[in-house]
Design a protein around this ligand. Structure first.
Ligand code: SAM
Ligand code: SF4
Length: 335
Protein backbone atom coordinates (compact mmCIF):
# COMPACT_ATOMS: atom_id res chain seq x y z
CA UNK A 1 0.00 0.00 0.00
CA UNK A 2 1.23 3.50 -0.85
CA UNK A 3 2.09 5.71 2.05
CA UNK A 4 -0.41 8.51 2.49
CA UNK A 5 1.05 11.83 1.33
CA UNK A 6 1.86 14.13 4.23
CA UNK A 7 -0.33 17.17 4.61
CA UNK A 8 0.91 20.16 2.66
CA UNK A 9 1.82 23.35 4.45
CA UNK A 10 -1.57 25.05 4.56
CA UNK A 11 -2.13 27.82 7.08
CA UNK A 12 -5.33 28.84 8.81
CA UNK A 13 -6.14 31.25 5.95
CA UNK A 14 -5.97 28.46 3.37
CA UNK A 15 -2.64 29.52 1.88
CA UNK A 16 -0.32 26.66 0.95
CA UNK A 17 3.42 27.16 1.12
CA UNK A 18 5.66 25.68 -1.57
CA UNK A 19 8.27 28.42 -1.71
CA UNK A 20 11.21 28.36 0.70
CA UNK A 21 13.73 31.18 0.87
CA UNK A 22 17.07 30.23 2.34
CA UNK A 23 19.50 32.79 3.67
CA UNK A 24 23.07 31.49 3.55
CA UNK A 25 24.80 34.38 5.31
CA UNK A 26 24.12 37.76 6.88
CA UNK A 27 27.44 39.14 5.64
CA UNK A 28 27.56 41.55 2.76
CA UNK A 29 30.17 43.36 0.71
CA UNK A 30 28.14 46.59 0.40
CA UNK A 31 25.97 48.58 2.82
CA UNK A 32 22.65 49.58 1.24
CA UNK A 33 21.21 52.20 3.60
CA UNK A 34 17.69 50.67 3.47
CA UNK A 35 19.03 47.34 4.73
CA UNK A 36 22.26 47.53 6.75
CA UNK A 37 23.77 49.97 9.18
CA UNK A 38 26.71 52.03 7.86
CA UNK A 39 29.22 50.69 10.38
CA UNK A 40 29.78 48.31 13.27
CA UNK A 41 27.63 45.52 11.92
CA UNK A 42 27.34 42.60 14.33
CA UNK A 43 27.49 39.55 12.09
CA UNK A 44 26.49 36.06 13.14
CA UNK A 45 29.25 33.77 14.40
CA UNK A 46 30.26 31.38 11.65
CA UNK A 47 29.58 28.38 13.88
CA UNK A 48 25.99 29.52 14.13
CA UNK A 49 25.42 29.39 10.38
CA UNK A 50 23.67 26.30 9.11
CA UNK A 51 26.15 24.15 7.22
CA UNK A 52 25.40 23.18 3.65
CA UNK A 53 24.63 19.66 4.89
CA UNK A 54 22.13 21.01 7.40
CA UNK A 55 20.47 23.15 4.74
CA UNK A 56 20.29 20.19 2.38
CA UNK A 57 18.73 17.97 5.03
CA UNK A 58 16.20 20.62 5.89
CA UNK A 59 15.20 21.08 2.25
CA UNK A 60 14.82 17.31 1.82
CA UNK A 61 12.46 17.30 4.79
CA UNK A 62 10.31 20.07 3.36
CA UNK A 63 9.79 18.44 -0.06
CA UNK A 64 7.21 15.91 1.25
CA UNK A 65 5.43 18.90 2.81
CA UNK A 66 5.00 20.45 -0.62
CA UNK A 67 8.07 22.64 -1.11
CA UNK A 68 9.25 22.64 -4.73
CA UNK A 69 10.68 26.11 -5.13
CA UNK A 70 13.78 27.56 -3.47
CA UNK A 71 15.55 30.88 -3.48
CA UNK A 72 18.99 31.49 -2.01
CA UNK A 73 19.61 34.88 -0.53
CA UNK A 74 21.30 36.69 2.33
CA UNK A 75 23.11 39.05 3.24
CA UNK A 76 25.03 38.61 0.06
CA UNK A 77 24.90 34.90 -0.84
CA UNK A 78 27.97 35.04 -3.08
CA UNK A 79 30.24 35.91 -0.15
CA UNK A 80 29.56 32.46 1.32
CA UNK A 81 32.31 30.09 0.24
CA UNK A 82 31.54 27.56 -2.50
CA UNK A 83 27.91 28.52 -2.96
CA UNK A 84 27.84 26.58 -6.23
CA UNK A 85 28.34 23.39 -4.19
CA UNK A 86 25.14 24.08 -2.29
CA UNK A 87 23.29 24.82 -5.54
CA UNK A 88 24.53 21.53 -6.99
CA UNK A 89 23.36 19.59 -3.93
CA UNK A 90 19.95 21.26 -3.84
CA UNK A 91 19.34 20.88 -7.54
CA UNK A 92 19.76 17.10 -7.19
CA UNK A 93 16.91 16.82 -4.68
CA UNK A 94 13.91 15.08 -6.25
CA UNK A 95 10.90 17.34 -6.10
CA UNK A 96 12.80 20.64 -6.25
CA UNK A 97 11.70 22.15 -9.54
CA UNK A 98 13.05 25.63 -9.33
CA UNK A 99 16.05 27.27 -7.65
CA UNK A 100 16.65 31.00 -7.76
CA UNK A 101 19.32 33.28 -6.34
CA UNK A 102 19.14 36.94 -5.34
CA UNK A 103 22.50 38.72 -5.41
CA UNK A 104 23.92 42.21 -5.48
CA UNK A 105 26.01 41.06 -8.42
CA UNK A 106 29.39 42.32 -7.18
CA UNK A 107 30.94 38.83 -7.22
CA UNK A 108 28.78 37.49 -10.02
CA UNK A 109 31.33 37.80 -12.82
CA UNK A 110 33.60 35.39 -10.89
CA UNK A 111 30.87 32.88 -10.08
CA UNK A 112 28.23 33.00 -12.83
CA UNK A 113 29.62 30.10 -14.88
CA UNK A 114 30.02 27.81 -11.83
CA UNK A 115 26.51 28.62 -10.61
CA UNK A 116 25.04 27.88 -14.01
CA UNK A 117 26.97 24.62 -14.23
CA UNK A 118 25.66 23.70 -10.76
CA UNK A 119 22.09 23.95 -12.03
CA UNK A 120 21.03 27.48 -11.17
CA UNK A 121 18.78 29.00 -13.82
CA UNK A 122 17.00 31.93 -12.20
CA UNK A 123 18.88 34.98 -11.13
CA UNK A 124 17.78 38.28 -9.59
CA UNK A 125 20.45 40.94 -9.55
CA UNK A 126 19.83 43.93 -7.31
CA UNK A 127 20.74 47.28 -8.82
CA UNK A 128 18.96 50.42 -7.71
CA UNK A 129 20.56 52.93 -10.04
CA UNK A 130 22.05 53.02 -13.51
CA UNK A 131 24.61 55.61 -12.55
CA UNK A 132 27.73 55.09 -10.48
CA UNK A 133 27.31 58.08 -8.18
CA UNK A 134 23.75 57.21 -7.20
CA UNK A 135 24.79 53.58 -6.73
CA UNK A 136 27.47 54.71 -4.29
CA UNK A 137 25.09 57.00 -2.44
CA UNK A 138 22.67 54.11 -1.86
CA UNK A 139 25.13 51.29 -1.21
CA UNK A 140 27.81 53.37 0.55
CA UNK A 141 30.35 51.46 -1.53
CA UNK A 142 31.91 51.35 -4.99
CA UNK A 143 30.95 48.48 -7.25
CA UNK A 144 28.56 49.72 -9.92
CA UNK A 145 30.78 48.55 -12.81
CA UNK A 146 31.24 45.17 -11.15
CA UNK A 147 27.49 44.64 -11.06
CA UNK A 148 27.21 45.44 -14.77
CA UNK A 149 30.11 43.05 -15.46
CA UNK A 150 28.31 40.45 -13.37
CA UNK A 151 25.12 40.77 -15.40
CA UNK A 152 27.10 40.47 -18.62
CA UNK A 153 28.96 37.41 -17.32
CA UNK A 154 25.66 35.82 -16.33
CA UNK A 155 24.27 36.35 -19.84
CA UNK A 156 27.42 34.75 -21.28
CA UNK A 157 27.18 31.84 -18.85
CA UNK A 158 23.75 31.04 -20.26
CA UNK A 159 21.31 32.61 -17.79
CA UNK A 160 18.17 33.58 -19.65
CA UNK A 161 15.96 34.64 -16.82
CA UNK A 162 17.78 37.54 -15.23
CA UNK A 163 15.66 40.00 -13.31
CA UNK A 164 16.92 43.31 -12.01
CA UNK A 165 15.64 44.28 -8.53
CA UNK A 166 15.55 48.01 -7.89
CA UNK A 167 14.31 49.46 -4.61
CA UNK A 168 12.32 52.59 -5.33
CA UNK A 169 13.04 55.52 -3.06
CA UNK A 170 11.24 58.85 -3.07
CA UNK A 171 13.54 61.80 -3.53
CA UNK A 172 16.33 59.55 -4.70
CA UNK A 173 15.55 57.23 -7.57
CA UNK A 174 12.91 59.08 -9.64
CA UNK A 175 15.62 59.94 -12.21
CA UNK A 176 16.45 56.27 -12.58
CA UNK A 177 13.01 55.17 -13.70
CA UNK A 178 13.09 56.09 -17.37
CA UNK A 179 16.68 54.82 -17.83
CA UNK A 180 15.56 51.52 -16.26
CA UNK A 181 12.62 51.43 -18.68
CA UNK A 182 15.04 51.74 -21.60
CA UNK A 183 17.32 49.16 -19.97
CA UNK A 184 14.43 46.67 -19.83
CA UNK A 185 13.64 47.30 -23.48
CA UNK A 186 17.20 46.99 -24.78
CA UNK A 187 18.44 44.07 -22.65
CA UNK A 188 15.24 42.04 -22.44
CA UNK A 189 15.77 41.67 -18.66
CA UNK A 190 12.73 42.37 -16.52
CA UNK A 191 13.26 45.26 -14.11
CA UNK A 192 11.38 44.82 -10.84
CA UNK A 193 10.80 47.83 -8.67
CA UNK A 194 10.47 47.00 -4.99
CA UNK A 195 8.71 49.40 -2.67
CA UNK A 196 10.94 50.36 0.25
CA UNK A 197 9.84 48.33 3.29
CA UNK A 198 10.33 48.97 7.02
CA UNK A 199 13.14 46.44 7.41
CA UNK A 200 16.12 48.77 7.53
CA UNK A 201 18.67 48.45 10.32
CA UNK A 202 18.63 52.20 10.97
CA UNK A 203 14.88 52.28 11.63
CA UNK A 204 14.60 55.28 9.33
CA UNK A 205 11.77 53.99 7.14
CA UNK A 206 8.86 56.35 6.66
CA UNK A 207 5.91 55.97 4.37
CA UNK A 208 6.80 59.30 2.76
CA UNK A 209 10.07 57.77 1.52
CA UNK A 210 8.32 55.05 -0.48
CA UNK A 211 7.95 55.65 -4.19
CA UNK A 212 4.77 53.79 -5.04
CA UNK A 213 4.24 51.43 -7.96
CA UNK A 214 1.53 53.56 -9.57
CA UNK A 215 3.77 56.63 -9.54
CA UNK A 216 6.51 54.62 -11.24
CA UNK A 217 4.07 53.34 -13.86
CA UNK A 218 2.99 56.91 -14.58
CA UNK A 219 6.54 58.28 -14.84
CA UNK A 220 7.79 55.50 -17.11
CA UNK A 221 4.65 55.57 -19.26
CA UNK A 222 5.00 59.32 -19.74
CA UNK A 223 8.76 59.10 -20.39
CA UNK A 224 8.79 56.16 -22.83
CA UNK A 225 5.41 54.75 -23.77
CA UNK A 226 2.46 53.26 -21.90
CA UNK A 227 2.97 50.35 -19.55
CA UNK A 228 0.11 47.86 -19.54
CA UNK A 229 -0.50 44.82 -17.32
CA UNK A 230 0.83 41.57 -18.74
CA UNK A 231 -2.19 39.45 -19.69
CA UNK A 232 -2.70 36.16 -17.83
CA UNK A 233 0.00 36.91 -15.24
CA UNK A 234 0.26 34.37 -12.41
CA UNK A 235 -2.14 35.66 -9.72
CA UNK A 236 -0.01 34.03 -6.99
CA UNK A 237 3.18 35.83 -7.97
CA UNK A 238 4.10 38.68 -5.62
CA UNK A 239 5.14 40.86 -8.54
CA UNK A 240 2.57 42.68 -10.63
CA UNK A 241 3.97 42.38 -14.14
CA UNK A 242 3.65 45.08 -16.77
CA UNK A 243 4.99 45.46 -20.29
CA UNK A 244 5.24 48.33 -22.73
CA UNK A 245 2.24 48.52 -25.04
CA UNK A 246 4.38 47.53 -28.03
CA UNK A 247 5.30 44.29 -26.22
CA UNK A 248 8.97 45.22 -25.86
CA UNK A 249 10.30 45.35 -22.30
CA UNK A 250 8.88 44.10 -19.01
CA UNK A 251 8.60 45.95 -15.73
CA UNK A 252 7.47 44.27 -12.50
CA UNK A 253 6.43 45.69 -9.16
CA UNK A 254 6.81 44.25 -5.69
CA UNK A 255 4.38 46.69 -4.21
CA UNK A 256 4.38 45.44 -0.62
CA UNK A 257 3.17 48.76 0.73
CA UNK A 258 0.66 50.04 -1.82
CA UNK A 259 -0.63 46.65 -3.04
CA UNK A 260 0.11 44.07 -0.33
CA UNK A 261 -0.02 40.51 -1.62
CA UNK A 262 -0.21 38.73 1.76
CA UNK A 263 -3.45 36.95 0.84
CA UNK A 264 -1.57 35.13 -1.94
CA UNK A 265 1.60 34.44 0.03
CA UNK A 266 3.17 31.01 -0.48
CA UNK A 267 6.56 31.74 1.09
CA UNK A 268 8.44 31.02 4.25
CA UNK A 269 12.07 31.46 5.15
CA UNK A 270 14.99 30.11 7.07
CA UNK A 271 17.64 32.52 8.29
CA UNK A 272 21.35 31.82 7.97
CA UNK A 273 21.43 30.91 11.67
CA UNK A 274 18.63 28.42 11.25
CA UNK A 275 15.56 30.25 12.46
CA UNK A 276 12.33 29.54 10.63
CA UNK A 277 10.19 32.59 9.84
CA UNK A 278 6.71 32.26 8.40
CA UNK A 279 6.73 35.89 7.20
CA UNK A 280 9.30 38.55 6.36
CA UNK A 281 7.71 40.65 9.08
CA UNK A 282 7.36 37.92 11.73
CA UNK A 283 8.03 38.87 15.29
CA UNK A 284 8.52 35.22 16.23
CA UNK A 285 10.82 32.52 14.93
CA UNK A 286 11.23 28.77 15.35
CA UNK A 287 14.69 27.58 16.29
CA UNK A 288 15.35 24.88 13.73
CA UNK A 289 19.09 24.88 14.17
CA UNK A 290 18.85 23.39 17.62
CA UNK A 291 16.53 20.71 16.21
CA UNK A 292 18.85 20.03 13.25
CA UNK A 293 21.88 19.83 15.56
CA UNK A 294 20.14 17.91 18.31
CA UNK A 295 18.58 14.49 18.28
CA UNK A 296 15.33 15.61 16.66
CA UNK A 297 13.85 13.10 14.25
CA UNK A 298 12.77 14.05 10.74
CA UNK A 299 9.16 13.95 11.90
CA UNK A 300 9.81 16.36 14.76
CA UNK A 301 11.45 18.83 12.37
CA UNK A 302 8.61 18.52 9.88
CA UNK A 303 6.08 19.08 12.65
CA UNK A 304 7.96 22.23 13.72
CA UNK A 305 7.60 23.55 10.16
CA UNK A 306 3.90 22.74 10.12
CA UNK A 307 3.40 24.45 13.47
CA UNK A 308 5.16 27.56 12.25
CA UNK A 309 3.03 27.76 9.10
CA UNK A 310 -0.09 27.09 11.14
CA UNK A 311 0.73 30.11 13.30
CA UNK A 312 1.17 32.45 10.32
CA UNK A 313 -0.80 35.65 10.62
CA UNK A 314 -3.07 37.07 7.97
CA UNK A 315 -0.63 39.67 6.78
CA UNK A 316 1.83 42.39 7.64
CA UNK A 317 0.21 45.44 9.16
CA UNK A 318 2.48 48.10 7.73
CA UNK A 319 -0.48 50.23 6.77
CA UNK A 320 -1.91 50.20 10.29
CA UNK A 321 -0.95 51.70 13.64
CA UNK A 322 -0.47 48.14 14.93
CA UNK A 323 2.65 47.55 12.83
CA UNK A 324 5.79 46.63 14.76
CA UNK A 325 9.07 46.54 12.85
CA UNK A 326 10.90 43.22 13.36
CA UNK A 327 14.13 43.49 15.33
CA UNK A 328 16.02 41.68 12.59
CA UNK A 329 16.74 43.91 9.61
CA UNK A 330 16.53 42.62 6.05
CA UNK A 331 20.16 41.46 5.74
CA UNK A 332 19.76 39.30 8.82
CA UNK A 333 16.43 37.80 7.76
CA UNK A 334 17.25 37.16 4.12
CA UNK A 335 15.29 39.16 1.60
N1 SAM B 1 22.37 40.88 -1.08
C1 SAM B 1 21.47 40.38 -2.03
C2 SAM B 1 20.84 41.47 -2.85
O1 SAM B 1 20.93 42.63 -2.45
O2 SAM B 1 20.25 41.14 -3.86
C3 SAM B 1 20.40 39.48 -1.45
C4 SAM B 1 19.77 39.92 -0.16
S1 SAM B 1 18.86 41.44 -0.23
C5 SAM B 1 18.33 41.59 1.43
C6 SAM B 1 17.43 40.92 -1.16
C7 SAM B 1 16.59 42.03 -1.74
O3 SAM B 1 16.00 42.77 -0.70
C8 SAM B 1 17.38 43.03 -2.59
O4 SAM B 1 16.78 43.16 -3.85
C9 SAM B 1 17.27 44.30 -1.81
O5 SAM B 1 17.24 45.43 -2.64
C10 SAM B 1 15.96 44.11 -1.09
N2 SAM B 1 15.83 44.93 0.11
C11 SAM B 1 16.69 45.05 1.15
N3 SAM B 1 16.20 45.88 2.10
C12 SAM B 1 15.01 46.30 1.64
C13 SAM B 1 14.00 47.18 2.16
N4 SAM B 1 14.15 47.79 3.35
N5 SAM B 1 12.89 47.37 1.43
C14 SAM B 1 12.74 46.76 0.23
N6 SAM B 1 13.63 45.92 -0.31
C15 SAM B 1 14.75 45.70 0.39
FE1 SF4 C 1 23.75 43.75 1.11
FE2 SF4 C 1 21.62 43.00 -0.29
FE3 SF4 C 1 21.32 44.32 2.05
FE4 SF4 C 1 22.30 45.60 -0.04
S1 SF4 C 1 20.25 44.71 0.13
S2 SF4 C 1 23.15 45.64 2.04
S3 SF4 C 1 23.42 44.04 -1.08
S4 SF4 C 1 22.17 42.31 1.79
Amino acid sequence: MDLLPQLPLVDTFGRSHNNLRISVTDRCNIRCFYCMPAENVQFMDRVDLLTYEEIERFVRLTVPLGVNKLRLTGGEPLVRKDLAKLVAALSKIDGIEDIGLTTNGILLAEQAADLYAAGLRRLNVSLDALNAEKFKQITRREGYEKVLEGIEAAEKAGFQQIKINAVSLRGMTEDELVPFGHFARTTGHEVRFIEYMPLDADNAWEREKVLFAQEIIDIISAGIRPLVPVPNADPRAPAADYQFDDGIGRIGFIASISRPFCSQCNRFRITADGKLRNCLFSLEETDLRSLLRGEASDEVIQQAVRNSIHAKWEGHEINTARFIQPTRPMYSIGG
